[in-house]
Ligand binder design. Structure first.
Ligand SMILES: *[C@@H]1O[C@H](CO)[C@@H](O)[C@H](O)[C@H]1NC(C)=O
Ligand SMILES: *[C@@H]1O[C@H](CO)[C@@H](O)[C@H](O)[C@H]1NC(C)=O
Length: 215
């Protein structure tokens, strides 16, 4: 029992692999500070450090990045664990304002080019890049953003049910095979015994035959 558990534990790190997320482009549609200063826009995932986007200062201007900038990558995402992330603007007086805050998941990267566009109507349009995330995105099918949390559950349930069904099927197959082998052995034994009896009969006949001719 113990060795099996340790093998299982050894395999876990293989599945929990982190993929790096870079920002491809961003365009902000508004700023939140009512003072006419240039905004300081940053990206933040809960429990991590701020990533300030030093260039993003103007509204309605598309900023594109190579993914190699000093502040890249933005963050890392794991296969089955989303992060609560957002774009924010530093505020000089009150607390910082959010452009948007959302559950950022590796499975959002469903397109084969590894891009994911996060759009908030009046706030911003951002394109993220994560080529390593694509297998995770494809694995969970075509679930849309709103279905993502239940999509994972759904997938786990399918795997579980298929595992149970195939276990039952294999167990049934093995039982049937064993039963068939037993039947076959019994039949062979019966046939052998019958052959033996018939052999005796023939021998008897032969025994009687020569004896009769001798008389
Ligand atoms: C956050 O920043 C601090 C200081 O700059 C650094 O020591 C720490 O490792 C950073 N944490 C992460 C998760 O990058
Ligand atoms: C958002 O940005 C991407 C990349 O620049 C662009 O392809 C897409 O059309 C934009 N969407 C909107 C609604 O502006």
């Amino acid at each position: 029992m113990v060795p099996r558990v340790s093998i299982f534990l050894c395999y876990i790190p293989v599945f929990i692999s982190a993929a790096t997320i870079t920002l491809d482009s961003i365009e902000i549609y508004k700023t939140h500070d009512w003072l006419p200063s240039k905004p300081t826009v940053y990206f933040l995932c809960k429990g991590e450090n701020k990533t300030i986007l030093p260039d993003v200062k103007e509204k309605h201007l598309l900023y594109t990045f190579k993914g190699e900038e000093s502040w890249q990558p933005l963050t890392e995402l794991q296969d089955k664990k989303c992060k609560r992330c957002g774009f924010y603007e530093e505020d000089t007086i009150k607390s910082d304002d959010a452009f948007d805050e959302w559950e950022f998941c590796a499975s959002d990267f469903t397109k084969s080019d590894g891009k994911y566009i996060h759009l908030k109507d009046t706030e911003f349009n951002a394109t993220f890049s994560c080529p390593e995330c694509v297998p995770f995105g494809n694995a969970s099918g075509h679930s849309s953003t709103s279905e993502n949390s239940s999509g994972g559950m759904h997938w786990a349930l399918i795997v579980f049910i298929s595992a149970v069904v195939s276990t039952v099927f294999i167990a049934g197959l093995v039982t049937a095979l064993k039963f068939w082998q037993k039947r076959k052995r019994q039949q062979e034994q019966a046939r052998f015994l019958k052959l033996f009896e018939e052999g005796d009969d023939i021998e008897d006949e032969f025994g009687i035959g020569p004896l009769g001719s001798e008389v």
